[in-house]
Design a protein around this ligand. Structure first.
Ligand code: NDP
Length: 288
């Protein structure tokens, strides 16, 4: 048996195209394009690549991209002042500060300074609280993209056993909240979990967001499980996920590849959140 390979790249391309179509009536009604401001501090090459591709995708969807590059030694006050300016700018619907930030900057101070109603990354505690309590806000892009893929493959998730491996604020915790919202029975595993293999063995859905190459073995999986691999690990043999892809392919029902699975969904969901913010701020109907 060979599992279905979940084509996140194709799904994300369709999603981006649909958002581009939805931007057209927005521009006509609002007399402006939705705007996303991206702030990059320093010269980290991986972050620079992410920022470039976010800008490109934003413009391709017919939105405005405002890019702000600050030197690696910028002070916290200067960064917070830029965020205040962006919070007050009516042309800016979404603000994203590319992480990680240099050591002299307190990441939490930055995250909490962004207006929660422009927080298209969904990292502000207000948006985490909204997600946890079922109030409309912004859902972090990567877990939201994972949920879209899961629903596309499985349809209704209600009653399924889901295991999320990883409990970070940006992936694991919001992923678990989203799956609870879909009426899954959710287990969150982390570095202190005893016998991860047996936890994974009972799951219909496995979301791996760990950052350890091929930690999740194919033989751990329940036959037919749907496996979403969030991990991006650079190894000597290239980019690999948190899941042993070859092993998973012979046991699972469906698996995301790395690259080409979850990664492309993250940017597509960022565009979706930006359009959502623009529609809310203009009092226009929101596209689902
Ligand atoms: P973090 O490092 O913040 O969190 C990793 C989590 O994995 C922690 O909760 C940690 O547990 C847990 N963990 C570590 N080792 C083990 C282990 N041996 N067994 C079980 N759990 C373990 O990472 P992120 O959540 O930010 O990212 C996770 C991965 O996803 C990374 O590879 C990252 O590059 C990738 N990523 C991909 C994105 C995309 O667009 N595709 C976007 C964001 C991230 P504990 O809490 O106990 O320390």
């Amino acid at each position: 048996m060979s599992a279905q390979i979940i084509d996140g790249k194709a799904f994300a391309a369709r999603l981006r195209a649909r958002i581009g179509e939805q931007v057209v009536p927005f521009r006509a009604a609002a007399g402006r394009a939705p705007g996303l401001a991206v702030v990059l501090v320093g010269e980290d090459p991986a972050s620079a690549v992410y920022v470039r591709s976010k800008g490109k995708a934003t413009r391709a969807a017919g939105m405005e991209s405002f890019e702000h590059r600050l030197p690696a030694d910028v002070g916290q006050d200067a960064l917070l002042a830029l965020i205040d300016t962006l919070n007050a700018d009516p042309a800016v619907d979404g603000i994203l500060v590319q992480l990680p930030l240099p050591a002299q900057i307190d990441e939490r101070a930055v995250t909490t300074r962004i207006d929660p109603d422009k927080d298209v990354d969904g990292f502000h505690p207000v948006n985490a609280g909204r997600l946890a309590t079922g109030i409309d806000g912004f859902v972090p892009c990567t877990p939201y993209g994972c949920l879209m893929l899961l629903k596309d493959v499985l349809g209704d998730l209600s009653g399924l056993d889901a295991v999320v491996i990883g409990r970070s604020n940006i992936v694991g915790k919001p992923m678990a909240q989203l799956l609870i919202g879909e009426s899954c029975t959710v287990t969150v595993a982390h570095s202190r979990t005893r016998d991860l293999a047996s936890v994974v063995a009972r799951a219909d859905i496995v979301v791996a967001a760990v950052g350890r190459p091929e930690l999740v073995r194919g033989e751990w999986l329940k036959p037919g499980a749907c496996v979403i691999d969030v991990g991006i690990n650079r190894t000597e043999t290239g980019l690999v996920g948190d899941v042993d892809f070859a092993g998973a392919m012979s046991v699972a029902g469906a698996v995301t590849p790395v690259p080409g699975g979850v990664g492309p969904m993250t940017i597509a969901c960022l565009l979706r959140n930006t359009l959502l913010s623009a529609q809310r701020r203009e009092g226009l109907p929101v596209d689902e």
